[in-house]
Design a protein around this ligand. Structure first.
Ligand SMILES: NC(=O)C1=CN([C@@H]2O[C@H](COP(=O)(O)OP(=O)(O)OC[C@H]3O[C@@H](n4cnc5c(N)ncnc54)[C@H](O)[C@@H]3O)[C@@H](O)[C@H]2O)C=CC1
Ligand SMILES: O=C(O)C(=O)Cc1ccc(O)cc1
Length: 358
């Protein structure tokens, strides 16, 4: 992709997972990107992998600064960036917004050039090595203007969101923080609770772990230092959600105690199904109930490549995939999520190709 003539010289401060991913996305869009990091080797590694250059920018030429540092230092780095780059719009990508803005109001900086933002995409990894230029494609990116943000600054941050091919949502900082407590911070803590519980589970039981356990615990593997800062910065909203979950947990315990004959348990389980249906699909569209085709893959070299070749030849668009390994049987299972009307056809083609469809 090539940029229009207006692609601003951009400095990314913090060349970790999110900063380097933005560097890759903007570089692919033709934007000139300079990477800066308190740990110079992070900027050098990100640059070496193609996320921009680690050479310093001429401060007068910089049109946009993206601050992608840990939450605890965001306000300081935004303040310094507003001073260092006198003509630049400055945004940050921190997971919590109100505290940063509160801290900035206290400083003698030009806040018309600051607009907060938050890409709702990332991973449980940190650092520039796992960065991915496609991380933000079709994912929500929240922009949080404040009462002094200049319109031109908001537009520049919107250009950033578009260049990373994300889906723009504009929110006030407090609404943002309340929403992420519900859809990001609480789910993170519930995942942590579940994964932490596994530390008491005997190893011979863990051998039985399937995809369900991996699904609910993946994000618990994230950097505890980062999440300590995120939860700490949004503790009021997070506590509100946690207390509601504590009530739900008590209700679930009573339902299980009462036994399967009582409708309370099925009501709880159905509530879960209703919740999953409320999660929007791609582009924020209504959730699509995909159908799954599960294919057994023998544990032999080239099997996966051959399988993907056959799926491609079938001409079916795969919406999502998951791989589960059965350690005891030297076999894997590939779950292909497809539009419901394509599932039967895909299963037939795969069987004709000699695959075992489960
Ligand atoms: N990890 C995720 O999935 C997501 C994280 N975020 C937010 O993005 C920000 C960055 O997170 P990650 O990229 O995951 O962390 P990371 O640990 O991968 O990268 C942070 C980088 O900032 C650098 N750094 C620390 N202090 C600095 C300073 N004072 N000046 C310059 N560089 C400094 C570190 O050396 C590191 O390279 C955080 O504020 C986080 O809340 C937002 C969306 C997703
Ligand atoms: O790994 C995932 O699925 C995430 O949801 C990552 C993530 C972490 C922190 C954020 O503020 C936003 C997204």
């Amino acid at each position: 992709m090539t940029a229009g003539p207006a692609a601003p010289v951009t400095v990314v401060v913090g060349a970790g997972l999110v900063g380097a991913s933005i560097g890759h996305a903007l570089t692919a869009a033709g934007w000139p990107v300079h990477l800066v990091d308190a740990v110079p080797s992070h900027a050098a590694v990100a640059a070496g992998l193609g996320a921009g250059t680690a050479e310093p920018a001429d401060p007068d030429q910089v049109g946009l600064v993206v601050v992608a540092v840990p939450p605890r230092v965001i306000a300081d780095v935004v303040g310094e960036s507003l001073d260092t780059y006198p003509h630049a719009t400055v945004t940050d990508v921190g997971s919590v917004k109100a505290g940063v803005l509160d801290a900035l109001w206290e400083r003698p900086v030009d806040l018309t050039r600051y607009v907060g933002s938050h890409p709702m995409a990332g991973s449980h990894h940190s650092g520039p090595v796992t960065a991915d230029g496609e991380l933000f494609v079709d994912r929500t990116w929240v922009v949080t203007p404040h009462r002094k943000s200049a319109e031109s600054s908001v537009e520049r941050v919107v250009e950033l969101v578009r260049a990373c091919r994300a889906r723009l949502v504009t929110l006030d900082v407090d609404d943002h923080d309340a929403a992420v407590a519900r859809v990001s911070h609480l789910p993170h803590l519930v995942s942590v609770l579940m994964a932490g519980h596994l530390t008491n589970v005997p190893e011979e039981d863990l051998v039985l772990a399937g995809q369900g356990l991996r699904d609910v615990t993946r994000i618990a593997g994230s950097d505890p230092g980062l999440w300590q800062q995120i939860v700490g910065a949004n503790s009021t909203a997070v506590l509100r959600e946690l207390r509601q979950v504590a009530v739900s947990l008590d209700r679930l315990i009573s339902a299980v105690e009462t036994g399967p004959a009582d409708p309370a348990l099925v009501r709880e389980l159905e509530r879960g199904v209703d919740g999953t249906r409320r999660i929007p699909g791609k582009h924020g569209a209504a959730p699509v109930p995909y159908e799954q085709v599960v294919v057994a893959i023998p544990d032999e070299p080239g099997a996966l490549a051959r399988l993907f070749g056959d799926v491609e030849a079938a001409g079916v668009n795969v919406e999502d995939i998951a791989i589960e390994h059965d350690a005891s049987r030297q076999v894997g299972y590939l779950t292909l999520s497809v539009q419901p009307e394509r599932a039967e056809g895909l299963a037939l083609v795969m069987r004709d190709g000699g695959w075992t469809v489960v």
